[in-house]
Design a protein around this ligand. Structure first.
Ligand code: C5P
Length: 227
C-alpha cells in the first residue's frame, strides 16, 4: 500500500491530457508520467531495430533505456532514448499511430506496467494515458477522464501543427484521430474507457485553464494512490 498522492488523467488522443498534467504538476509540485510517451518511445526503438515480433517487442519493453526529464520551465518533457533526444520525433502523428499498433499487444502492456507504477514517488504523481485509472492505478482516489469531439481534437492538433510551421490537412488529421480512437477503444486489453469511478470532464468548449481548475476543485483531499 502506498499513500503517495496520485491523480490519473485518461482520455483519447489530442484531448489535452499532457498539457493539463504538466500544468497540474507545476501547480502541485508533483511528478508526471506521460504513459503514451512510453509506447511512443518503444515504437520508435522497434522501428530503429526493425523489430515487429511480439516476443522481441516485449523484451525491448523490459530493457529499453528511457529517460524522461522535465524541461526547466516545466513546459514539456525531454525524452532520451539510449541517450539520444527524441522529444520532437516522438510527437509526430506517425509515431502515435505506430505506438497504438504495439499498444494492443498484451505482453508489451504487461512489460510496461511495473515501469509505469515505479513513477509513483513522493511528493505525488499525475499519470496520464488511456488506462491509468482502470489498469495501472485502479485504486487511485482521484481519477479523471477527459473527452472532446473528434473534430475539436483535430482542430486543436491542426492549430498546433500550423503554429509550428508544419504543413497539415485537417481532413487527414480527423481521419487519423478517428482511426486511433477506434483502435484504442476496441482492443481487448486495457481499452480506452473511463473507470467507473472517474470524474468525466467534457472539454470541447472549455479552456485548458478551466480544465485544470475543475480538476483541482474536484480533487478529494485524501489523494492516496494505493496499489
Ligand atoms: O497519449 P499518446 O497519444 O501519446 O499515446 C500514443 C498511443 O499509445 C495511444 O494511441 C495508445 O494506443 C497508446 N497508449 C496506451 N495506453 C496508455 C497510453 C498510451 O495504449 N496508457
Amino acid at each position: 500500500m502506498s499513500n503517495i498522492p496520485l491523480i490519473t488523467i485518461d482520455g483519447p488522443s489530442g484531448v489535452g491530457k499532457g498539457t493539463v498534467s504538466l500544468r497540474l504538476a507545476k501547480h502541485l509540485g508533483w511528478h508526471t508520467l506521460d504513459s503514451g510517451a512510453m509506447y511512443r518511445v518503444l515504437a520508435l526503438a522497434a522501428k530503429h531495430h526493425n523489430i515487429s515480433d511480439e516476443n522481441a517487442l516485449t523484451h525491448l519493453a523490459h530493457t529499453l533505456k528511457i529517460h524522461f526529464a522535465p524541461l526547466p520551465d516545466l513546459s514539456g518533457t525531454q525524452v532520451l532514448l539510449d541517450g539520444q533526444d527524441v522529444s520532437q520525433v516522438l510527437r509526430s502523428e506517425s509515431t502515435g499511430i505506430a505506438a497504438s499498433k504495439i499498444a494492443v499487444l498484451p505482453a508489451v502492456r504487461q512489460a510496461l506496467l511495473a515501469r509505469q507504477r515505479a513513477f509513483l514517488q513522493a511528493p505525488g504523481l499525475i499519470a496520464d494515458g488511456r488506462d491509468m485509472g482502470t489498469v495501472v492505478f485502479p485504486t487511485a482516489s482521484n481519477k479523471f477522464f477527459l473527452t472532446a469531439t473528434c473534430e475539436e481534437r483535430a482542430n486543436r492538433r491542426y492549430k498546433q501543427l500550423k503554429e509550428k510551421g508544419i504543413d497539415a490537412k485537417l481532413p487527414n488529421i480527423i481521419t487519423e484521430i478517428a482511426e486511433r480512437d477506434k483502435r484504442d477503444s476496441t482492443r481487448t486489453i486495457a481499452p480506452l474507457i473511463a473507470a467507473t469511478d472517474a470524474n468525466i470532464i467534457e472539454t470541447s468548449n472549455i479552456s485548458i485553464e478551466k480544465v485544470v481548475a475543475c480538476i483541482l476543485e474536484r480533487m478529494v483531499p485524501s489523494t492516496t494512490g494505493s496499489l
